[in-house]
Design a protein around this ligand. Structure first.
Ligand SMILES: Nc1ncnc2c1ncn2[C@@H]1O[C@H](COP(=O)(O)OP(=O)(O)OP(=O)(O)O)[C@@H](O)[C@H]1O
Length: 470
């Protein structure tokens, strides 16, 4: 977890500790417990918010040229992959829906996953690929293909980690099923209260694990024995939330053996993997490797300064010397980000500020405007922008170098931040602001880590700055 969100958790922990009984205030265990839950809460919020943000701002597939790895349950059975949606023999209404969404051909993951998901008898699947590669569209198509609209009861369950994420998947179902109005959808989310004894007629139920479990066991709105497809989406986000894992397993246990189990995740850490195997017996496994992030196509520089004002001055010089289409500027704290955004605006720049206290939808709106070029500079803290893809950025400025909670260089974040300038073979530029011995030390360690020299740049020498852009 990056420092400012860590720091924020600490701030909140301190605030909470201030307001409690003074006798308890000094109890180490008590503080630890509070901190632990704050940490868990933030961790979960972070992951779910990030996932939602990406969904809200994305309007196309993430470009991915890496190969799909497939592990088949039965290694002797032939592996089908399709290059067109026609080959899948979809119902005409669904093909119309797919084309209506502007999909011309299956994405990399869909090429392999869809034939498996649509096969008879149904096959179980665990699929992992980074967000934006077409997983949601794939399982939505599978659910819509498997339901029988003549049967007026739930046949597909889809479990998502949060209410907002469930709604996003629901939207995809509605879009893709636009020409298939006989198929109906209902949300099993808190707040959607049904009368006792109610029997659902909708064929697809999408919701969060707690409510879904209640609807299956306590209220019996759903007969789990009639479920044909069970989808567990965003398993990595799911297990970051306490209780969700157990609830999902309990739902899964009520389903018939013949039910098709599908699990999707953006990552495959040990914990996710263990969970996946408990939920999906005899799975086929598909993995799509992440596009390797490299520093090869990125020119890296550092600028020596003594204060944040000097850093700002250096930034203005850079802007004065080279034409920057769009830049992302990373600061360590919200306070610095706010200050810098204000200063840049006063200089006449069109600035967008992404800040931690904004709601997820507000953040999405800011990123969307930036992505559409309405603002040319995005000032942000790392927490806000982690995992966000904005392809057209040509310059990244580390107004503060990324450090972890112990003050050591955060190499992963560094790579991730500047990696977005040199994507898809384009050349990018990264400029690091160094303002103390400590940050010089951090920079040196980053250079050592990547075994890549970061050149010094004199921002008072306009000719020199011009050269770096050529
Ligand atoms: N075959 C396709 N052709 C073109 N666009 C597609 C295709 N499949 C999906 N998309 C679009 O690409 C974007 C990402 O797809 P999708 O949401 O299914 O990915 P995902 O892997 O589930 O990502 P996330 O987990 O972040 O939702 C969406 O805007 C979706 O409409």
């Amino acid at each position: 977890m990056a420092t400012d969100s860590w720091a924020q958790a600490v701030d909140e922990q301190e605030a909470a500790a201030e307001s409690v009984n003074p006798n308890l205030r000094c109890t180490g265990l008590f503080l630890f417990t509070i901190f632990f839950f704050f940490f868990l809460f933030h961790f979960k919020e972070d992951k779910a918010a990030q996932s939602l943000l990406n969904k809200l701002i994305r309007n196309n597939l993430v470009n991915n040229t890496n190969q799909v790895e497939v592990l088949q349950k039965d290694p002797n059975s032939p592996l089908y992959s399709v290059k067109s949606f026609e080959e899948l023999r979809l119902k005409p209404q669904l093909l119309q829906g797919v084309y209506g969404m502007g999909f011309n051909r299956p994405s990399k993951i869909q090429e392999t996953a869809l034939p498996m998901m649509l096969a008879e008898p149904p096959q179980n699947l665990i699929a992992q690929s980074q967000s934006g590669t077409g997983k949601t569209a794939a399982f939505v198509l599978a659910m819509l293909s498997h339901v029988d609209p003549n049967n007026k009861y739930p046949q597909c369950l889809c479990v998502s980690p949060t209410y907002e994420l469930a709604l996003q998947t629901g939207k995809v179902i509605e879009q893709m099923g636009k020409h298939y109005p006989e198929v109906k959808l209902v949300y099993a989310i808190r707040g959607n209260k049904l009368q006792r004894g109610w029997k659902l007629e909708e064929q697809i139920v999408i919701g969060t694990p707690g409510t879904m479990l209640d609807w299956c066991s306590k209220f019996k709105f759903i007969d789990p024995k009639k479920i044909k497809v069970f989808v567990l989406d965003e398993a990595d986000v799911m297990i970051a939330t306490q209780g969700h894992q157990d609830q999902s397993i309990r739902i899964q246990r009520m389903l018939p053996k013949s039910c098709q189990m599908l699990l999707f995740s953006a990552t495959f850490e040990e914990t996710v993997w263990n969970f996946a195997q408990r939920i999906v017996p005899d799975p086929n496994i598909i993995k799509l490797k992440r596009e390797e992030e490299t520093l090869d196509t990125i020119k890296q520089y550092f600028v020596l300064c003594n204060s944040k004002e000097e850093k700002f001055h250096a930034l203005c010089n850079i802007y004065g010397a080279i034409t920057i289409a769009q830049a992302m500027i990373f600061c360590h704290t919200r306070k610095t980000a706010g200050w810098l955004a204000g200063e840049l605006s006063r200089e006449g720049h069109q600035v967008a500020l992404l800040s931690g206290e904004m709601q997820v939808e507000q953040r999405a709106a800011v990123i969307e405007r930036f992505r559409d070029g309405k603002e040319k500079v995005l000032v942000t803290t790392n927490v806000c922008a982690r995992g966000i893809d904005v392809e057209q950025v040509s310059v990244v400025i580390n107004f503060d170098l990324p450090v972890d909670k112990d003050g050591n260089p955060d190499n992963e974040t560094y790579l991730h931040r500047i990696g977005r300038t040199g994507r898809f073979g384009k050349r990018g530029l990264a400029i690091n602001m160094v303002d103390s011995k400590m940050s010089m030390n951090i920079l040196n360690r980053i250079q050592e880590h990547f075994n890549k020299k970061i050149e010094k740049l004199d921002t008072d020498d306009l000719d020199e700055i011009e050269k770096i852009a050529s």
